[in-house]
Design a protein around this ligand. Structure first.
Ligand code: BYC
Length: 310
């Protein structure tokens, strides 16, 4: 009885748009869902640095290199905000990283694809960050306060990233025939993985029902995916490239109808069998091990500072 009363009060708070804060009572399942989603989100930001880092040393100009470096650094920062926000749920960052390394925690499937040409830097910024913005603008209204606040800052930065990517693609699309072809091939490579970022169809989405009731998710996977498609197809056409889907068709309601996603590919990548899954995790583990001395030094420095204050 007591528990039901608490659950009802909790739901009433959510329905009234009041944010849930770390010290507030929350059902275990609400906490667990946030632990899962926020840590996956944080891991995605950090693992997502890898496909772009591949091109840092080979950027075609100093300007392009500086911009790409700043963008990748932003993604690391997003990981940091999200790990901090996720730590307010009572799980340490070390634990989150251990779950990632043990394969118990996921990260966005899109980062398990390779980036073989410079045009992939354009496609990632434009499409991957573009898809992330659509999802994250919605998450700015999520019911858990620390997650919602982290999203506000992240969204501001992502919009620069999206423009950075689109600029690269627009430049290449109006360059030599080889450059235009490179841009088209990168668009072909990243189009479907970007659509997969939104998750399975609503009817296959095991978590959506409860997450939407609790205001963790505000819009469904399919609705957000459709918003992204409707926003992006005109951008493809504006720079003279082709949508990699022969069935894409503008409907009278102003929305595009598209072919279905290859869901076998999606589930296969999630299970760890994508082209770069093992490479991404291996690299993360090595970077984490190599950085042990930095964490130890920072901790020792912090301790020293505290002693001086005492
Ligand atoms: N990849 O019930 P569902 C960035 C899993 S990074 C992998 O619909 P949910 C950037 C899902 O976890 C920003 N797994 O789940 C960085 C679940 O499995 P479990 C990335 C996926 O959570 C660097 C199962 O499938 N954005 O912008 O209700 C460079 C069933 O799905 C995926 C975020 O992380 C996927 N794509 O909804 C450039 C957004 N989709 O855990 C750019 C935050 C589904 O039950 N996350 N799964 O075993 C979310 O909004 C939601 O978690 C999702 C999925 C919409 C992704």
């Amino acid at each position: 009885m007591e528990n039901q009363k608490r659950l009802d009060e909790f739901q009433a708070k959510i329905d009234a748009g009041i944010k849930i804060e770390p010290k507030d009572w929350m059902p275990d399942k609400y906490r667990q869902t946030l632990v899962r989603q926020m840590s996956q989100h944080a891991h995605s930001e950090v693992i997502g640095m890898q496909p772009e880092a591949n091109w840092l040393t080979r950027a075609p100009s100093l300007r392009a290199k500086k911009i790409l470096m700043a963008k990748i650094q932003d993604e690391g920062g997003h990981g940091l905000y999200l790990y901090c926000a996720a730590e307010t749920l009572g799980v340490s960052r070390d634990q989150y990283i251990q779950w990632l390394h043990e394969g118990k925690s996921k990260y966005a499937s899109v980062f398990n694809y390779p980036s073989p040409t410079w045009a992939d830097m354009g496609a990632i910024g434009w499409l991957v960050d573009g898809a992330a913005i659509v999802n994250q603008v919605s998450l700015q209204r999520t019911s858990y306060g620390p997650y919602a606040r982290a999203m506000v800052r992240i969204c501001k930065e992502e919009s620069f990233h999206q423009r950075q990517g689109y600029e690269i693609m627009a430049e290449m699309a109006k360059g030599t025939p080889e450059q235009k072809e490179m841009a088209q091939e990168a668009l072909n490579r990243w189009w479907w993985p970007s659509l997969m970022m939104f998750g399975p169809h609503d009817k296959e989405s095991s978590n959506s029902g409860q997450s939407m009731k609790w205001g963790i998710k505000l819009e469904s996977n399919d609705d957000l995916r459709q918003q992204f498609i409707d926003k992006t197809i005109p951008q493809v056409e504006l720079i003279g490239l082709e949508v990699p889907d022969k069935n894409a068709k503008l409907m009278p309601n102003g929305s595009y109808k598209t072919s279905d996603i290859d869901w076998d590919e999606f589930w296969n990548v999630i299970k760890g069998n994508g082209p770069c899954n093992s490479q991404r995790l291996k690299h993360h583990k090595k970077a984490h091990d190599d950085g042990a001395w930095v964490r130890a030094a920072a901790e020792a420095y912090g301790k020293k500072q505290m002693e001086l204050v005492d």
